[in-house]
Write a protein that binds this ligand. Structure first.
Ligand code: UD1
Length: 400
């Protein structure tokens, strides 16, 4: 707690930083826990960087998940990695400095995951000695060609508390210098504290359980698209390694088309804006025409959270290059083909509920066939659905 906070006997003031679609969803779990359990101790402010800005990539989630309107919106929009990161860093620093100059400084910032918004906010806060609390810390793909891997490694280095969702995350951080007791002894922050890792469980698990029944009531997507429960495939593709590489994108779409036709199964594909932009540039005319003429292929706008939950719950198999969708499929006991060369959620693969197929046509078909009819176990790997409360209590203890 800052001296100012102590003197004024104020509540802890936290800046919850969001920017890309999955962060808005994760922040819902934290906002809900503040409201339900810590409203007398924590004052939460939301800063939206504006990294995602389309209505169906951002605003729709605020409406659905009941997240308060952001207090700050940087509206940075798209750009190269450096441009986007620099704009966010500058904007977050201004907000933090302004609050301090008005005698109402923030006691800490909360950042999520591995996006450019996460990295930029962590840099801005750490440099002016405001503790960074990183939710979803410790994940590693060990693939430095992913921008997300760079973001998460740097953010973890700057964080005061690293909340990791899984045992694997904990082990990754121990391999990077955190001791058995969770402390990194060699590093010290301006407030005298040393970095700490805490195995918190996954806030997305909190959310998925909380919103599962609400989604069943509020979304009619299964009926609207005329889908049969467990009778369709849900596919999502947005990683640059796939969208920006013609060979990879061609293989994935050829595999999806052949699965649809040979297995006589519908494929539902909510289209990320990056993928929408790249499809006409990367796919051959023949593939584009096949996509258009196959009635089994259902391409839709990016799904809302309630819609994606219902699709994940009801799909026979999920095929995705998204980290979040892999995990949500697991929460809803749906097996998953992973369209990447590796995954941060290795436990899902170890449990047999996910198969890594990369963007390889043969491997995608084989993985689909292996998972579609098989009995799969879904052991509890992601905490007890109370990760958000645990995280906020730890932050209070730290700042108090
Ligand atoms: C980002 C994250 C990724 C996360 C994903 C979730 C980084 C480096 N990557 O990827 O970790 O899994 O969000 O969706 O931060 N665009 C729009 N409208 C929008 C948002 C994006 O049209 O509302 C387009 C823009 O042309 C933009 C492109 O999509 O250039 C990519 O957006 P960007 O935020 O750079 O990365 P994502 O691919 O969304």
């Amino acid at each position: 707690m800052t001296l100012q906070t102590l003197i004024n006997n104020q509540m802890i003031k936290l800046l919850n930083i969001i920017g890309a679609r999955p962060q808005i969803i994760k922040a819902a779990a934290i906002s809900r826990a503040v409201k339900n359990h810590f409203s007398g101790q924590i004052q939460e402010y939301i800063l939206h960087t504006g990294q995602h800005y389309d209505q169906n990539m951002s605003a729709v989630f605020f409406d659905e998940l009941g997240i308060p309107e952001p207090h700050y919106n940087l509206q940075v929009g798209s750009g190269t990695h450096a441009t986007q990161t620099a704009r966010i860093t500058e904007g977050v620093e201004q907000v933090l400095l302004q609050a301090a100059s008005e005698g109402q400084p923030f006691d800490g910032v909360i950042v999520y995951g591995d996006t450019n918004s996460t990295l930029a906010a962590a840099i801005a806060a750490a440099k002016i000695h405001i503790p960074v609390f990183h939710i979803e810390a410790g994940l590693r793909s060990f693939n430095m060609s992913m921008p997300e891997e760079v973001n998460r490694i740097v953010c973890d280095q700057l964080s005061s508390i690293l909340f990791t969702p899984t045992e694997t995350g904990l082990q990754n951080l121990q391999a990077e210098g955190f001791a058995e007791d969770g402390i990194k002894q060699r590093v010290r922050f301006a407030n005298g504290h040393r970095p700490r890792v805490i195995l918190s469980g996954d806030v997305m698990y909190d959310n998925s359980l909380y919103f599962s029944q609400i989604a069943d009531q509020k979304s009619d997507i299964i009926e609207r698209l005329n889908l049969q429960p467990r009778g369709f495939v849900l596919a999502t593709i947005h990683r640059p390694a796939n969208t920006d590489n013609a060979d990879n994108l061609q293989s994935i779409f050829a595999a999806l088309l052949d699965i649809a036709e040979q297995e006589q199964i519908d494929i539902v594909l909510p289209l990320h804006p990056r993928t929408r932009k790249m499809l006409p540039e990367q796919l051959s005319q023949a593939l584009l025409e096949r996509i258009d003429s196959t009635s089994r292929f259902k391409i839709i706008e990016p799904a809302s959270f309630f819609e994606i939950i219902r699709l994940e719950k009801n799909a026979r198999v999920v095929m995705t290059d998204s980290g979040g969708v892999q995990k949500e499929a697991f929460f809803f006991e749906t097996p998953c083909v992973i369209l990447r060369p590796e995954t941060e959620w290795v436990e899902i693969v170890e449990a047999g509920a996910g198969v890594i197929a990369d963007a390889d046509y043969q491997r995608i078909l084989a993985a689909y066939r292996a998972l579609a009819g098989k009995h799969v176990d879904f052991p509890p790997l992601f905490g007890d659905a109370h990760a958000s409360e645990k995280i906020l209590q730890e932050i209070l203890d730290y700042l108090g």
